[in-house]
Design a protein around this ligand. Structure first.
Ligand code: GAP
Length: 443
């Protein structure tokens, strides 16, 4: 973990937020390379959900959330962790995370601590006009259920996908970006007929494992955890967690829950007419029936299968898998990030051999511009004048291809292409470079 943290800071993937003022615990900023990798990861998820499936729609809902949403979802009552204070070190811990150095007799009785952030809405701070920062992106998918059904004429089964920020006032944020207070989730709520939920749940577990493998997180480093009944969230009939071997231990990367008809049932009006199976709070405020009619005209509240992944945890797992230290033939070592090409923050670095030779520099810029227009992601014009140093830097940040423009390039319009993983170098004509690069990133 220390090596990953150091690399992230040194190369501009991740910085502690408000570093210059001592930081803010559990909050991080993504730097120039971090934002690219994060965007690529989110894009890959979005494409695999919304574009590759013909029955999934996208959504981008608000972060500020009406308290009623989180009352009927159960979060106001149950979204809390038990915590204890240590009278000796004056620190507060989650019950399951008390360090061994704290003696049992110094600990207070556990108390529940709600994890939601509350904020004032409007100019008057009267204690009444407040909203929550959403603790999961899921809830506004449920509250928009009828809007999406009405505007897309969807029938079962279908899903709504969303990527966005979520906020939790974690008692003990830790392990770098693994447990933080501000993070992003990639969540799908997939609506199915009751009775078809269990097979659909199994299918989504498999699909999600395949997707993680495509991001460079191999199945050998994953365990599935069938969450025992007593640990299930209040809305869940069954949850399977995808557990990954993080540098600090095996922990949850993604949860795939069968949320039954709990959420739509909870947020619905006229609950008594809907044959809701879950145990829901009586809703006195909703103005919408979150149900659909079957062929016979009977109202039915769909069950929900929810694959919910954390972007930061995915980022960490992917970096951990990609990080390699290799011995070279000259006895030196190199750090190389063997990221899947579609995730690499920089796709290609174009490097002029001489930084002060105008002809070489102009040709390199021309090649950069041509490759940039392919729309594959960031192409960098790297004018350091030091090829060896540039290769080392681009190995360390995971750039799959480096292209060098030299004096021969001016004569015969050829360039040197270097592969990150094999370090093989080959000569190629400039006119073939676009199709070569497209092939490399086609996956
Ligand atoms: N809508 C369901 C839900 O929010 P969750 O298991 O609480 O379920 C889903 O969260 C995913 O969000 C987790 O698997 C994890 O990847 C990510 N996540 C949750 N809390 C997090 C935190 N404090 N920091 C970073 N990621 C977190």
């Amino acid at each position: 973990m220390d090596k990953l943290v150091a690399l992230c800071k040194r190369r501009g993937f991740i910085y502690q937020s408000a570093d210059i003022y001592g930081g803010l615990q559990g909050v991080y900023d993504f730097g120039p390379l971090g934002v690219e990798l994060k965007n690529n990861l989110k894009k890959s998820w979005w494409e695999s959900m919304v574009y590759d499936n013909d029955d999934i729609e996208g959504l981008d809902s608000s972060i500020l959330t009406n308290p009623l949403v989180l009352r009927y979802s159960g979060h106001e009552d149950t979204f809390s962790d038990p915590m204890v204070d240590c009278k000796s070190c004056n620190m507060r811990f989650r019950v399951d995370q008390v360090p061994e150095s704290c003696k049992k007799e110094d600990l207070t009785e556990p108390r529940q601590f709600n994890l939601m952030f509350k904020t004032n809405v409007g100019p008057v701070d009267d204690g009444e006009s407040y909203a929550y920062l959403r603790p999961e992106t899921a809830q506004q998918i449920f509250t928009n259920f009828k809007n999406v059904v009405d505007s897309t004429s969807r029938s079962l089964p279908f899903g709504i996908a969303q990527i966005g920020k979520a906020f939790r006032n974690e008692i003990t944020p830790r392990n770098f970006i693994f447990r933080v207070r501000e993070f992003e989730q990639m969540e799908l709520e997939y609506f199915v007929e009751p009775g078809k939920d269990e097979s659909c749940h199994d299918a989504w577990v498999q699909k999600r494992l395949n997707w993680w493998e495509e991001q460079g997180v191999p199945i050998e480093n994953i365990e599935l955890y069938d969450v025992p009944k007593k640990e299930l969230a209040h809305y869940s009939k069954k949850t399977v967690d995808i557990m990954y071997k993080f540098p600090h231990g095996v922990e949850e990367l993604e949860g795939i829950a069968n949320r039954t008809d709990f959420d739509l049932g909870s947020h619905s009006k006229k609950q008594q007419d809907l044959n809701i199976k879950a145990n829901v709070l009586k809703n006195k405020n909703s103005n919408s029936k979150l149900a659909i009619q079957d062929d016979k005209g009977d109202w039915l509240v769909p069950f929900v299968i929810e694959p919910s992944a954390g972007v930061e945890r995915g980022f960490l797992a992917i970096l951990n898998e990609a990080y390699n230290v290799e011995e070279l033939s000259d006895g030196k070592t190199r750090v190389v990030l063997k990221l899947m090409p579609h995730l690499a923050p920089v796709k290609v670095a174009v490097i002029p051999l001489k930084k002060n030779n105008n002809d070489i520099v102009q040709l390199a810029k021309k090649v950069k511009d041509e490759l940039q227009k392919l729309g594959l992601g960031r192409i960098i014009f790297e004018n350091t004048g030091n090829i060896g140093k540039s290769y080392r830097k681009h190995d360390e940040i995971g750039t799959p291809i480096c292209i060098t423009i030299d004096f021969d390039s001016l004569e015969d319009e050829s360039i040197t292409v270097r592969d990150r993983d094999s370090m093989d170098q080959s000569r190629m004509s400039i006119k073939d470079i676009s199709s070569f690069v497209i092939d490399k990133f086609k996956s």
